[in-house]
Write a protein that binds this ligand. Structure first.
Ligand code: ADP
Length: 186
């Protein structure tokens, strides 16, 4: 049973790759962004809170995200891929505690490395294809990348020090990147 984290900036391709790998290896794909978008769509209490942050490209408060993830992890009957979580140091620490509590561990953290110019291009293209509101506005994109650099990037060091980090070049053909990920986890 493998438990993985997919890490990278907005637009790095975490979702695309995580979906493919989860299907092939029969893992649960836990995308906090997708989960939040479902809450927003269903206009739940959590969704109403999350919406105001997501629209601006800010992070949703840690406690909200942490309990959302814990609800899935604690009932997991197979391995999982975390996609978009943890995104802050407090989230990484909370994940650590949570895993200890349920006697689980993270095997590898896959970091998809993509330069900023390419990220912006991809997000603007995705705006046209998928119509996500947070992809439409260049200012919101800019803010998401800044938030990533400030709050999320430091999480990499946390996993580097635990020797779990694998860096993958996230620029290229989707299938080539997928192969590189598979080689890294084997
Ligand atoms: P992307 O990686 O392209 O930014 P996501 O779908 O992963 O897209 O996330 C969309 C939005 O959802 C983020 O900008 C943020 O507001 C919120 N979000 C997702 N995951 C988290 C998280 N772990 N912590 C806080 N906010 C999150």
């Amino acid at each position: 049973m493998a438990n993985l984290i997919f890490f990278g900036a907005p637009g790095a391709g975490k979702g695309t790759q995580a979906k493919m790998l989860a299907q092939e290896l029969d893992l649960i794909h836990i995308s906090t962004g997708d989960l939040l978008r479902i809450e927003v769509q269903n206009q739940t209490e959590l969704g109403l809170i999350a919406k105001s942050y997501m629209e601006k490209g800010e992070l949703v408060p840690d406690d909200v995200i942490i309990s959302m993830v814990e609800n899935i992890v604690k009932n997991a009957t197979k391995g999982f891929i975390l996609d978009g979580f943890p995104r802050t140091i407090p989230q990484a620490k909370a994940l650590d505690e949570m895993l200890k509590k349920y006697n689980l561990k993270i095997d590898k953290v896959i970091f998809l490395d993509v330069p900023k110019d390419e990220l912006v291009q991809r997000l603007l293209k995705r705006a046209q294809l998928e119509g996500r509101t947070d992809d439409q506005d260049p200012n919101v994109i800019e803010n998401r990348i800044n938030v990533y650099n400030e709050k999320t990037f430091p999480v990499l060091e946390f996993y580097q020090s635990l020797n779990k980090l694998v860096k993958i070049n996230g620029v290229g053909e989707i299938n080539e990147i997928y192969q590189a990920i598979k080689n890294a986890i084997n």
